[in-house]
Design a protein around this ligand. Structure first.
Ligand code: FAD
Length: 397
């Protein structure tokens, strides 16, 4: 039986199979995953899983029984898809093929490695539950860690290490961290937050060479210094996992993500895409976007699957992302604008991004209740004045 085939057994893939069933689809469903694990949640991997003062949580979303017996989904694990053949309508695995009527591509993204150290056993990225447990064990053994890249994941790792008594050096090539994501001023705020909490942050600096030294690694940096470490954590971002699609003829964007329309349809018939792997037309802002955010991956998985089995939805969203750094909840909604207005008090901070008087985005620090209200203003195309009024009611201004 062919039916619906979902490639990628993580958040978007899980939500796809759940939504297909919930919408009444009764045909066969196959969920194909490269990892040996059932779908699990990634945000805790750089947060709770690294907290040494408690047992690591089980981040698995659903049991095998739930997927098989309640949803009637055939789950193939440790089974990376190696190709998609649109003429034969099948997904190729190393040891066979899975025919499809419709496919949802939900293969996510793979972390960038540090060039030259791809296979080094003490140089690791954090993407999978196995990576997180390796890092947790190293932390427990008192490893000295060097974090390369001050993006959100690198920053969360640094924050978790510091909170649990470790010492961390973090190296960032840019002179302001996260500058592309949040702008200069807020990037500088994050740099200060790291330093105030004891991270040895080296900006405008990169790793030059890693050599074995007695009892660890010697990492030489472009500022002329050398750092002793037991483990290097690479946080240089992630690239869409589409190498398996090269021979399929599917349309890809310049960044190698799968190209899709407003309904998450790709350029191949009956092939849809969702999650970190896709660039789609987000009607909310009238522009093409690729997000690497939990909420949109979950929602896109559901929309892609419903459309695959006959729906006609468009996926529009005001992007939303959160992160936890040094005990503070950071949240971002919307998109960046060139003009910013920042308000703050002792513990919290709100940055509004706007253009021509319209609120486009907001970054909040320790203001979870304001975030969703700001998101509503952005969704309605509301004026920045409404946001400022909201902030002043909250006593921030
Ligand atoms: P993924 O979760 O990447 O899953 C893709 C799956 O497809 C993987 O299991 C992969 O093994 C599998 N796969 C790949 N290639 C193949 C193939 N050829 N065949 C079969 N299977 C394949 N987002 C937030 O909004 N807030 C956070 O605080 C946050 N924290 C994060 C912390 C960490 C450490 C990480 C890694 C991510 C975090 N994210 C966060 C991002 C969020 O987890 C992702 O946006 C989300 O996981 C994307 O889901 P996805 O299903 O599209 O892709």
């Amino acid at each position: 039986p062919a039916g619906l085939v979902v490639v990628g057994a993580s958040l978007a893939g899980l939500r796809a199979v759940e939504a297909a069933r919930k919408s009444g689809y009764a045909g066969p469903i196959t969920l194909i995953g490269a990892e040996p694990h059932l779908p699990y949640d990634r945000p805790p991997l750089s947060k709770d899983v690294l907290a040494q003062d408690k047992e690591p949580p089980d981040t698995t979303f659903r049991t095998q029984g739930h997927l098989r017996d309640e949803l009637g989904v055939r789950v193939l694990l440790s089974a990376p898809a190696i190709a998609l053949d649109p003429a034969q309508r099948s997904v190729m695995l190393a040891d066979g093929e899975v025919p499809y009527e419709q496919v949802v591509v939900a293969t996510g993204a793979v972390p960038r490695s540090l060039p030259g150290y791809e296979d080094h056993p003490q140089v690791l990225a954090l993407r999978t539950v196995d990576d997180a447990h390796t890092l947790r064990a190293a932390m427990a053994a008192g490893a000295r860690v060097l974090v390369v890249g001050c993006g959100f994941i690198g920053s969360e790792v640094a924050s978790a290490l510091i909170r649990h008594g470790g010492s961390v050096t973090m190296v960032e090539l840019a002179d302001v961290p996260l500058v592309r994501a949040v702008g200069e001023e807020t990037g500088a705020y994050f740099a200060q937050l790291h330093r105030d909490n004891g991270v040895d942050l080296r900006l405008s600096c990169k790793v030059q060479q890693i050599t074995e030294s007695t009892g660890g690694l010697a990492v030489s940096l472009s500022d002329g210094s050398s750092v002793e470490a037991d483990l290097v954590v690479v946080g240089l971002g992630a690239v869409p996992a589409t190498s398996w699609l090269t021979s399929s003829g599917i349309g890809l964007e310049l960044d190698q993500s799968v190209s899709a329309d407003a309904g998450l349809r790709t350029t191949l018939p009956d092939v849809y895409a969702a999650g970190d792997v896709v660039t789609w037309e987000n009607g909310q802002f009238g522009r093409r976007m690729r997000l690497e955010h939990w909420t949109s991956a979950a929602e896109q998985g559901a929309v892609a699957a419903r459309n695959a089995v006959g729906g006609q939805e468009q996926y529009e969203t005001v992007p939303y992302f959160w992160s936890d750094l040094h005990g503070k909840r950071i949240q971002f909604v919307g998109v960046h604008g060139t003009t910013t207005t920042t308000v703050q008090d002792a513990d919290s901070r709100v940055v509004l991004y706007h253009a021509d008087g319209t609120l486009l985005g907001a970054l909040t620090v320790a203001q979870p209740r304001l975030t969703m209200k700001l998101r509503k203003i952005i969704a309605g195309g509301g004026p920045v004045a409404d946001a400022l009024a909201l902030l002043s009611v909250a006593g921030l201004r």
